[in-house]
Design a protein around this ligand. Structure first.
Ligand code: 1PR
Length: 524
C-alpha cells in the first residue's frame, strides 16, 4: 500500500493511475496520523511553493511529514515535493520549507524560455537502485521555473542541463526526490516508479548517458472535441475552423481511443480543446471530465484541456470562478488548462485600465497551480495593411503580400472559436498574458488551420521572439518538412498538429524519425 500525500492542488490522479497501473494500491493521506503510519510515502507537489507550504500547514501535515522524513522511511517527492524538502524557495522567500535537505530553491536565470517545460535527459552522478534497468539516454518530463541547490553535493543523484546544469534528482538515505515527473514520463517514468515501489533492486549507474542533457522539441497531438448533431462527444477537425462538411460535424474518432493511440505512437503531450466550450458550462459538461478521467488511466504524458475556462453564473444564479472550473479539470487528470476567449477579454481590460487586478482567470489559476499550468490558446487571423502606421497594432513585414500587394500584416485575435474578431493583436496578447502569469502559448492560426500548407512561420517567429515563455506552434502541418521548418526557423519549443494525425496521413513516430538527427527529440 502506497500512501499519497494530496494537499488539494493539481493533478494527483495521474500519479495514482501510474502507481495503480504497476499493480500497487494507493491510499490518499488525510491526516497527520496517516503520514506517520505510512510505509512508503509519495509526495507529488504541484502548484506554487507558497500555497503548497500554507496548505501543508493548514492541514497539520508539516510536523508529521518532518517526523516521517527524519525517520528515513521510503519517500518519493516529485517536483514541488522535491523543493519542499529544502530550507526556502525564492518563489516565496518569507515562507519556510521543511528544511530536511540543507539548501535553497532558486529561479532559473537563463537566456532560454522559463518555465523549463518538456522532455530532458539526466546526467547521472551516483549509482542508485532507482536507475536499475535504465540505459542512460532516456528523457523525462519536466515542468518548472525553480530548481533546487543543495549545500551538500553528495545528495545529488542527477543533474540536467538547461542553460545551466541544475540538480534534477536527489537521494538521501531512503528519501528520493525528482524534479521531473515520472508519472508523466511515459514508460521510462513508470520504470523509475516501479523501482521505487518494488523491493529495492541493485544499485546501478546507467552508462549510455551523455555529458550534457538536452531539452527535446515536443510533438503535440491535438484533439478538437465537441458534441456532434446526435449529442455524442467526437473528435472533429476544421478547415479554417469550419468543422462541418455537407452540414454535418466531421467525426474523426472517439477522444479517449485517439488519445491512447497517440500516446502509443510517441506523442510528447496531448491537448484536448472543447471547441464549443465558450457557449457551454463545462461543469455541466461531464463527458469532457470523463474523457480526461478515462484518458489519464493509461496515457502517461502531459494532458492539457481547453475550452470554457472562465467565470460562470449557472441558471440558479450560483457563481463559479474560472479557478473552480480549472480545479475540476486538474482533479480529473489535466496537467494544464488552456484559456482562449477569456484571455482576450482579460487583456483588453488590462490595456484599458493599465493595471492588473489580480482576479483574472490567468492570475488566479497561475497563483494556485503555478504558471506552468496556464496555457494561452490564441486564435489569430492575418489582416493585411498597406503600411505599419495605419493601425495601432504590432505589425510585421511579410514575404507573402496581401491581395492588393500589401507588404505588412497584423494578426487579429478572435474569440468564440474564431467567430468574433477583436481590436487586439496576437503579439500584444501573448506579451500581456506572460506578464499576468501564463506559462505557455498555444499559437494557432485560423488561415492555416486544416489546410496542410505548413505552419505560418512569420506569425510563430513574431510571437516567440516577443515572449520568454515557451510557444507551441499550431495549424497547417501537412508534411514532415513542415515540422522541421518550425524548429529550424523559429524559437518555438513544440509543434502541434491534428488533421494529419487523425486522418493517418503521417503517424507521430514518422515525424519523430524524420526529425531524429536534425533536432533534439524524444524517442521511445
Ligand atoms: O475560447 O477558452 O472557450 O477555448 C476554445 C478553444 O477551442 C480554443 O483553444 C480554440 O483554439 C479552440 N477552437 C474553437 N473553435 C475551434 C474550431 O476549430 N472551430 N479549434 C477551435 C481550434 C485549432 C487547433 C487545431 C490546429 C491544428 N483548433 O487546435 O488543432 O489548428 O490543426 P491542423 O494540424 O489540422 O492544421 P475558449
Amino acid at each position: 500500500m502506497i500512501a499519497l500525500l494530496d494537499y488539494g492542488a493539481g493533478n494527483v490522479r495521474s500519479l495514482t493511475n501510474a502507481i495503480e497501473s504497476l499493480g500497487e494500491e494507493v491510499r490518499t493521506v488525510s491526516s497527520g496520523e496517516d503520514i506517520l503510519a505510512a510505509e512508503k510515502l509519495v509526495f507529488p507537489g504541484v502548484g506554487a511553493f507558497g500555497s503548497m507550504m500554507h496548505s501543508l500547514s493548514d492541514r497539520g501535515f508539516v510536523e508529521p511529514l518532518t517526523a516521517y522524513l527524519r525517520s528515513n522511511r521510503p519517500f518519493l517527492g516529485i517536483c514541488l515535493g522535491l523543493q519542499a524538502l529544502f530550507d526556502y524557495s525564492e518563489e516565496a522567500p518569507e515562507i519556510k520549507g521543511l528544511g530536511i535537505i540543507p539548501g535553497s530553491v532558486k529561479r532559473f536565470t537563463v537566456d532560454l524560455s522559463v518555465p523549463h517545460i518538456g522532455w530532458n535527459g539526466l546526467n547521472f552522478k551516483h549509482p542508485s537502485p532507482f536507475f536499475n534497468g535504465l540505459v542512460g539516454d532516456e528523457k523525462f518530463y519536466f515542468v518548472h521555473s525553480y530548481h533546487v541547490v543543495p549545500k551538500d553535493a553528495s545528495v545529488v543523484l542527477t543533474t540536467t542541463d538547461y542553460g545551466c546544469e541544475f540538480v534534477s534528482s536527489i537521494q538521501s538515505g531512503n528519501i528520493l526526490a525528482t524534479q521531473f515527473h515520472p508519472e508523466k514520463s511515459g514508460r521510462f517514468g513508470l520504470h523509475i516508479l516501479k523501482n521505487f515501489l518494488g523491493t529495492v533492486p541493485e544499485h546501478a549507474l546507467p552508462n549510455a548517458a551523455s555529458e550534457n542533457s538536452q531539452l527535446a522539441k515536443r510533438i503535440v497531438a491535438c484533439l478538437d472535441v465537441r458534441s456532434n448533431d446526435h449529442g455524442d462527444l467526437v473528435v472533429t477537425k476544421g478547415d479554417q475552423y469550419d468543422v462541418r462538411e455537407s452540414g454535418k460535424v466531421r467525426n474523426l474518432g472517439e477522444p479517449v481511443d485517439l488519445a491512447r493511440r497517440y500516446y502509443q505512437e510517441g506523442a510528447d503531450e496531448i491537448t484536448f480543446l472543447n471547441i464549443t466550450g465558450f457557449r457551454d458550462f463545462p461543469l455541466e459538461d461531464m463527458p469532457m471530465l470523463d474523457v480526461l478521467q478515462q484518458t489519464s488511466k493509461n496515457v502517461f504524458v502531459p494532458l492539457t484541456i481547453g475550452g470554457g475556462i472562465r467565470d460562470y453564473t449557472d441558471k440558479n444564479g450560483r457563481n463559479y470562478s474560472a479557478l473552480e472550473v480549472a480545479a475540476e479539470y486538474f482533479r480529473s487528470g489535466a496537467d494544464k488548462v488552456s484559456i482562449g476567449s477569456d484571455a482576450v477579454l482579460i487583456v483588453e481590460n488590462y490595456l484599458k485600465s493599465g493595471r492588473k487586478n489580480g482576479g483574472s482567470s490567468i492570475e488566479e489559476i497561475s497563483r494556485v497551480y503555478g504558471n506552468q499550468a496556464v496555457v494561452i490558446s490564441i486564435d489569430p487571423r492575418r489582416v493585411y495593411v498597406a503600411s505599419p502606421d495605419v493601425v495601432a497594432h504590432q505589425v510585421i513585414e511579410t514575404a507573402t503580400p496581401g491581395p492588393k500587394g500589401e507588404l505588412f500584416c497584423w494578426y487579429q485575435c478572435t474569440i468564440k472559436g474564431g467567430r468574433e474578431g477583436r481590436d487586439l493583436d496576437a503579439i500584444t496578447l501573448a506579451q500581456v498574458c506572460e506578464q499576468l502569469g501564463a506559462g505557455e502559448i498555444l499559437l494557432n492560426c485560423i488561415d492555416r488551420d486544416g489546410t496542410n500548407l505548413g505552419f505560418d512561420i512569420e506569425l510563430i517567429s513574431a510571437v516567440s521572439n516577443a515572449v520568454s515563455i515557451p510557444v507551441i506552434a499550431s495549424s497547417g502541418a501537412g508534411a514532415l518538412e513542415h515540422f522541421y521548418e518550425v524548429f529550424a526557423k523559429t524559437d518555438a519549443e513544440a509543434t502541434l498538429a491534428a488533421g494529419i494525425f487523425h486522418r493517418r496521413e503521417i503517424p507521430i513516430d514518422a515525424v519523430k524519425n524524420y526529425l531524429k538527427g536534425k533536432v533534439e527529440i524524444r524517442l521511445g
